[in-house]
Design a protein around this ligand. Structure first.
Ligand SMILES: NC(=O)c1ccc[n+]([C@@H]2O[C@H](COP(=O)([O-])OP(=O)(O)OC[C@H]3O[C@@H](n4cnc5c(N)ncnc54)[C@H](OP(=O)(O)O)[C@@H]3O)[C@@H](O)[C@H]2O)c1
Length: 250
């Protein structure tokens, strides 16, 4: 995608990967508007990046999405990039009872949220000469982590939606790009200090490089083999991956 000269709206831009992408794209000279539920995180991010704007948004709430996106279009008529980044991840147990609360919040946030936000902005984006919708799925969309079965399933569903939407928009000015991160050091599952996870700064640098070329999937090198896994024998890699992840740490 064109990496400069855009007006970019990022969900979940007050922390982790969203904040990292927001800051990198802001430094490149794009107009960046971040969103999320925690005003304190949004304010801290905009204060550290003069010129960046923020708006409170809960992507679990369809009415909130409708009002915030309609004001966004009014305030930023040149808006041409949407980055669907916000998401939640919780540990579940697919071999036993799955809590109704976890199921509803994960599906509502991780699938319905990005679909609703995109749906609210798509007609505006189609009117732009050059527009992009980015979805942050996960490498777990391709190789599920059994300990987070619902989360992994939402990301696989989002990947499927991306494929359909890209096809449906192929004759429009809107490109659809997927980011499928590996484990990255963020607040997600308290992974900030996790040695097995990729440092956030490295992930952002490699992802911005990957976004800068004409691509459908902006992937960092470490996920390429897992990304290639799906196929009739995918269970072999899934089992090996989960055995490795569930091994007690020395
Ligand atoms: N870190 C990883 O290892 C990893 C790997 C693969 C994919 N990802 C994906 O990367 C994305 C960002 O996660 P992260 O790792 O950067 O963790 P994070 O720091 O916890 O970021 C998640 C962001 O989503 C926002 N969010 C959550 N629920 C929301 C809601 N209902 N409405 C609006 N915003 C909401 C949060 O903001 P508020 O709480 O302020 O609303 C937060 O800024 C997620 O989609 C995640 O699935 C992460």
């Amino acid at each position: 995608m064109k990496i400069i000269g855009n007006t970019i709206f990022i969900t979940g831009g007050g922390s982790g990967i969203g904040r990292g992408l927001a800051e990198a794209l802001h430094k490149l000279g794009n107009k960046v508007i971040i969103s999320g539920r925690r005003k304190g995180h949004l304010d801290a991010t905009t204060a550290a990046n003069p010129g960046m704007q923020s708006v409170e948004l809960d992507i679990e709430d369809p009415a909130n999405i409708a009002s915030v996106t309609s004001k966004l279009i009014q305030d930023y008529p040149k808006l041409n990039v949407l980055i669907n980044n916000a998401g939640i991840m919780e540990v579940d147990d697919a071999s036993g009872h799955v809590s109704e609360e976890l199921l509803t919040s994960t599906v509502t946030t991780n699938i319905m949220g990005p679909i609703r936000v995109t749906s609210a902005l798509i007609e505006h984006l189609k009117q732009q000469e050059d527009a992009t919708v980015v979805y942050n799925t996960s490498i777990l969309a391709f190789v599920p982590l059994a300990l987070t079965a619902v989360y992994s399933a939402t990301k696989a569903a989002l990947h499927s939606y991306v494929l359909s939407q890209r096809y449906m928009l192929k004759k429009s000015s809107v490109r659809v790009i997927e980011i499928a991160p590996p484990w990255v050091q963020t607040d997600l599952l308290n992974s900030n200090e996790e040695p097995r996870a990729m440092p956030l700064a490295d992930f952002i640098r490699e992802t911005i490089e990957a976004l800068s070329v004409d691509t459908d999937e902006a992937l960092v090198k470490s996920v390429l083999s897992l990304r290639s896994n799906p196929g009739p024998n995918e269970g072999i890699v899934v089992n090996r991956f989960n055995d490795m992840m569930l091994q007690p740490q020395a």
